[in-house]
Ligand binder design. Sequence first.
Ligand code: F0G
Length: 368
Amino acid sequence: AHQWRGVIREYADRLPVTESTRVITLGEGGTPLVHAPALSELTGCSVYLKVEGMNPTGSFKDRGMTMAITAAVEAGAKAVVCASTGNTSASAAAYATQAGLTCAVLVPDGKIAMGKLSQAIAHGAELLQVHGNFDNCLEVARKLAESYPVFLVNSVNPARIEGQKTAAFEVVDFLGDAPDYHLLPVGNAGNITAYWKGYKEYSQPYTSATAGELPAVSTKTPTMWGFQAEGASPLVKGYPVTEPDTIATAIRIGNPASWDQAIAARDESGGLIEAVTDEEILEAHRWLSAREGVFVEPASAAGVAGLLKKHAAGDVPEGKTIVITVTGHGLKDPQWALKAADGSDVEPTKVEFDVVSVAGALGLADSH
Ligand code: F0G
């Protein structure tokens, strides 16, 4: 029986690896592209969700981390470091464990979700909670990697972008061509950079280092629509935000490392980068859970929040194919599901241990 072999082996022709590369993989990628019936009906488009929470550590970061840790091993590194709002640290810790590398992670104190913190600790990372935000953590991680023998695995490392571009390949391979629009959340801006690179490479002939000249796979590239949280929207404002704030902690970033590449993806694709409020993010989060059956963490809902907002403004043409990346699993940060739309706590109903109480609580009438 054939099992998905992870993004490096599936897309080896288009990645910087050779026959002799020792591949560090947890079988990442090959994630479902799920048709979203409620969003499709609302917009009159074919809307699909690229469900990246289905990766081994529960986020899209695994696509980049298989490449980054593989590159670290190839470079003879003994230790890796990253700054993170949570998901990168969980992923780095897991892949470093398989490779036998020490992993240090710098996270903003008190601002990362419990699920992610637990993962980094479970995988034995040296976890440092930094008195500062993500941008401060990244600055220190970069300096550490410059002056000490540790290998940086943030998305400023090109290996990360190479791995993450495979998500665009999978979308095209599944749909048979690129979609008309691709929507996604934007934080440090590595992912929008990676998707755009992947879509561009698939739309033209590609000179493979190992397989020679490969023909174009898609006939076009999509229009890229990126969405930041309003309190952390430097790319929308046009200048860095010194105190980024949003409930979507994964994208609580004020000075994205891939700033220029994100702007290039926007402009080359004829797209946009706009902001969505925390309220809009939580509304999209509830929509995904209650109407599509897909449970994500809040930041992951920013792309869907963007679609709902653009649709309400009359800016989404009918009949298009739209792919939205939902970046991380709902179990990473599950507390938001227990809040109702009005902000009140959702309390489970308690019942006595008998069938009449249960039927009563469910509002069922006796069928006899
Ligand atoms: N969604 C989730 C769930 C994330 O964890 C991130 C980034 C993003 C979206 C934004 O992606 O940075 O490539 O624009 N998380 C990083 C981390 C910063 O440390 O886990 P981006």
